[in-house]
Design a protein around this ligand. Sequence first.
Ligand code: SAH
Length: 263
Amino acid sequence: MTKVWFVGAGPGDPELITLKAQKLIAQADAILYAGSLVSVAATQWARPSCLIQDSKGMTLEEITDWLILQSTADATVIRLQTGDPGLYGALIEMIQPLDKAGIAIGVVPGVSSAMASAAAAVETLTLPEVTQTVIFSRVEGRTPMPEGESLIELGRHHCTLCLYLSITLLKKVREDLLAAGWLDESLIVVVYKASWPKEQQIIRATLATIKERCKQAGINSQAMIIASPALGARHWDEIKKSKLYDAQFSHRFRKAIKGDGNK
Ligand code: SAH
């Protein structure tokens, strides 16, 4: 049966594509990739006969028309998307016309740029007793934010914030986080083109200086902003350790060595 697959290509490095995605690419008859963010290297496993097209410059309707057109007989068609298709990927908008056309679809998850950015910077997004929550969000630009999701409101949680699509809005990020109680000295990490061989850049600065630092580095697109009270923890003298590896702590796979740390 024909299937259009919405496949996460990961953040850029072709080695961060899942095995499932790689297998589908190798058997695809047609691939439409989001060329503004997905490297053409992600199509390297495709057969020579596979039709490969960049969707840069196509409207949503042109994209779905193309996918429907290619879905003939038992063809395998791929819409290759950056990171994970379920994050800022217009996924449902593309699926609905296919549902209407009666075409079976599937989704393959991908490594999101938030994960790749944290890995590149050797940062953890959660740290015991510092923050146990991660918010994936964006700052309001042309797309309005739903009620209760402004950065001022989200920032009040003082947990880890991974901000997509917001690198040109650093002034607003600062204003909103200050209004939410963060300090100008709060650390911020920006990762440009996380995982892209040769192009990745990591900027470490504070809420007060990050905008200027990104400007100096010429970063104004394809960048992840991470604000978190756990940033820089690698260099802290003391951290609260995870209970999971605590010798005093019993769990399903291990008995505590002594004492009763399980309370
Ligand atoms: N679905 C994608 C996000 C698409 S929205 C994902 O899961 O990652 C596009 C935004 O993602 C960009 O504005 C940027 O904030 C972020 N982004 C995508 N690729 C990136 C990369 N390699 N490094 C840093 N940020 C990236």
